[in-house]
Design a protein around this ligand. Structure first.
Ligand code: MN
Length: 168
């Protein structure tokens, strides 16, 4: 892991509805999307990702229960984390993450514990519509047979399940 590489984190969050918060460190904050079905390792699968508000960097390590009555009340676990590279910065005409976000075309290489390889985030919504798609890119880390959302539900920080955190 490079010392200066930005981080990514995916937090499994049992709020009003279960979802996975996919977060990328960009310019000192965590850019965030809520992915109802979680990430796939199959390039043929497109997962809805709804852009949500930025979170502070130190939220990346949060795992526990958000109390009833607070925004996002419910259990949170750190489902995956690691570093990422901006793949668009490696193209012939490099693009910063800020530009990629404005364009609605993000491409990153994840180095996580569960997820590795290229992922694209493509904005499909227009205007105030916050809908994006999260798609595994076709590369050597793509694997249509894996389904880590169901086979690896536990926290990469503590090994706990969401039920264990909810009942803590
Ligand atoms: Mn959430």
């Amino acid at each position: 892991m490079g010392e200066n590489q930005p981080i990514f984190v995916i937090q499994k969050h049992d709020a009003r509805t279960l979802h996975y918060d996919f977060r990328l460190e960009v310019d000192g904050v965590l850019k965030s999307w809520a992915v109802p079905k979680g990430p796939s390792t199959d390039p043929r699968t497109r997962r809805l990702a709804v852009a949500v508000e930025d979170h502070p960097l130190d939220y990346a390590d949060f795992e526990g229960r958000i109390p009833n009555g607070e925004y996002g009340a419910g259990a949170v676990l750190v489902w995956d984390r690691g570093t990422y590279r901006n793949l668009r910065a490696e193209d012939d005409e490099p693009v910063s993450m800020a530009e990629a976000l404005r364009d609605g075309r993000v491409a990153v290489w994840l180095e996580g514990e569960k997820l590795r390889g290229g992922y694209a985030l493509i904005r499909t919504g227009k205007g105030d519509d916050n809908r994006w798609l999260l798609i595994k890119m076709k590369d050597e880390e793509a694997d249509a047979r894996r389904n880590p959302v169901s086979t690896q539900p536990e926290s990469v920080l503590t090994g706990r399940t969401l039920e264990e955190i909810a009942g803590q």
